[in-house]
Design a protein around this ligand. Sequence first.
Ligand SMILES: O=P(O)(O)OC[C@@H](O)[C@@H](O)c1c[nH]c2ccccc12
Length: 257
Amino acid sequence: MLAELTANAVADALSRRESAPLAEVEAAALARPAALDAIEALRPGSRVKVIAEIKRSSPSRGALASIEDPAALARRYELGGASAISVLTEGRKFGGSLADLEAVRQAVALPVLRKDFIATPYQVFEARAAGADLVLLIVAALDDPTLRELYDLIVELGMTPLIETHAADELERAAALGARLIGVNARDLSTFELDRDLFGRLAPLFPEGAIRVAESAVLSVADVVHYRSSGADVVLVGEALVTGGDPIANLSTFLAV
Ligand SMILES: O=P(O)(O)OC[C@@H](O)[C@@H](O)c1c[nH]c2ccccc12
């Protein structure tokens, strides 16, 4: 079942009156310097890697942090050893914007993920125009033809799709795309409930060679250890880094796993 949150965000994207014409956003996307190689940056290593997220609030957790200077936070993440940065660009529920992404892009040399409810090619061009290197696609929110279309466009623009799943059949759909970077979100987007063991249950179903990303619910080092021992190459961490005091210190404990 498509979560209300996701359905609303997708409906928003589809009905939105875009501020610039498609041709303009396309031109801006093509004029950007080449995207950074996120597959290289997230390649599995002897230690877990972290995608550090910039998120002001969420529908499940409410207000998290005001984050007046996302660029400064991104620099802390980079100094702390993050391998990539995720920027929520959804405005209504998460308090983010494409301006946040642009500011982050200018501040760091790491790959930057556009984290949003992407449903149209327009949003993919917008992501590239703002400097994104990665774009999230949520399998549950998209039918197969749209998933394929958006996936191919992301790749064509030199970016890397991060394919988010939450169930075995969704992982199959991700595999059918040929996805090289696949996440399992521990949070169910329809109930907001967390299932920290979902990643471990789905890990054996990942296609050969795909990079395995555990998303959500990392609040402590113990959670990183749990995901790592279940087969995660990468963990995507939001709340713990925006609310938990010094992100550099927090990252260093996570990266020791
Ligand atoms: O704050 P957390 O529990 O560390 O979670 C981060 C990230 O996984 C979460 O923000 C997220 C995962 N998938 C999403 C899709 C849309 C918006 C947000 C998300």
